[in-house]
Ligand binder design. Structure first.
Ligand code: SF4
Length: 63
């Protein structure tokens, strides 16, 4: 599945990074970096938690 970030909504709080550090990283400048935009297998659960946990609803998973 593919991770999609709405850069307008993302405020760089980093909750996604704490839930799925293999996929999300907030840089020193506060910009979210996607370490991987395609996730599969055991990684999906953590990314689903990050999508649900993002306070600004900036994350989506698509097929
Ligand atoms: S949790 Fe949401 S708002 Fe915060 S850095 Fe991640 S995508 Fe951006």
């Amino acid at each position: 599945m593919k991770v999609v970030v709405d850069r307008v909504k993302c405020t760089g709080l980093g909750i996604c990074e704490s839930l799925a550090p293999d996929v999300f990283e907030v840089g020193d400048d506060g910009d979210l970096v996607l370490l991987a935009d395609l996730v599969s297998g055991s990684g999906i659960e953590a990314v689903e938690q990050a999508v649900a946990g993002c306070p600004t609803e900036a994350l989506r998973l698509t097929e």
